[in-house]
Design a protein around this ligand. Sequence first.
Ligand SMILES: Cc1ncc(COP(=O)(O)O)c(C=O)c1O
Length: 407
Amino acid sequence: MSETPTFVTHLECSETGKRYEADTLQGLSETGKPLLVRYDLDALGKSVSKDDLLHRAPEFWRYREFLPIRKAENVVRLGEVMTPILPAPRLQAALGGGEILIKDEGRLPTGSFKARGLALAVSMAKELGVKRMAMPTNGNAGAAMAAYCTSAGIESYVFCPDDTPQVNVREIALQGAHTYLANGYINDCGRVVGEGKEEMGWFDTSTLKEPYRIEGKKTMGLELAEQLGWDVPDIIFYPTGGGTGLIGMWKAFAELEAIGWIGSKRPRMVAVQATGCAPIVKAYDEGSRFSEPWVNAHTIASGIRVPAALGDFMILDAVSESNGFAIAVEDDEINAAQEECAKTDGILLCPEGAATLAAYKAALKSGQVSKDERALLFNCATGLKYPMPEAGGFIDLKQPIDYAAMK
Ligand SMILES: Cc1ncc(COP(=O)(O)O)c(C=O)c1O
């Protein structure tokens, strides 16, 4: 990566549009809403062409003009590959619907799409001189922050609900974060981070409480458009917790249209949640732009167990502007979808990814998605990090092997 200056002009409050200075450490706006990074899109569009990208490495830093880092030396890298878009032809045939594409984000460092947001947040923190970062997490974001912070020489503190999958907790600790479990939800852990800011001197890296994780997640939109020949799918199913990725993709499509790389067509954006924690779906059903905190949140898809999302209005705006919808699925349906995809097309989804397939199936049945639509589902993490059902027959090697029984 060369020393290309970025095209960032300022930050902007997502609610009021008020301008904030870039290149200085910022959290939320004065009204307590997320800040968005704004660029000189005219200059950006003139500085890079689609053809230029063809000569760049297959990693998300290829979109550097769309990103806020000013000095190449601050980019923290752990191997940010472009993730494949996999067709699922047998599943498609079995369901009798339209084309199904699965964007497999489990190939990224630390095994999830959280690497995108945290690579950007940590690189920007390095650029702005941050020495200590903290966040609440349901697992994957904490693992990504721990890894990128360690690589950047930044100290990290991670707070997880005490029922976060052990594999995530251990991964976070092993990758160098001070790791704590708390008897509450992710929002409660968020309070620990917020209230400790002064005493601990850490930078609050919670979802949407700093401006750069969205920019990292934005690369999902840039990347999938490039992979589809500068086109977008008809409909995107996104497992929605804090919703950073959905908001980020929506921003990516607007920026791509502004520089003339895509037209005005947008995918219908579908926010997928679990019935045990569905604040966005409830708000959508009630026609509201804002969600109420969900009480007694529970689901096996821990990544989307987020009782309250700070960016609810941006998620719901993208859903309604795109003529999409919000939909909740049961844990049983998530398990069934995971097994079906693995056994039909050989693609192991994480539970959150499986939720998108379960939602697609339900929407196909109800007519919310049609057979002509090309659907893209997000598998946001590797399925290998999650518990799997017990399996395997036993062979007693002291006895003759009964091959006939295996047929
Ligand atoms: C595997 C997985 N899927 C989905 C999500 C939700 O992502 P977002 O906060 O962008 O809505 C998370 C967040 O923790 C996750 O770990």
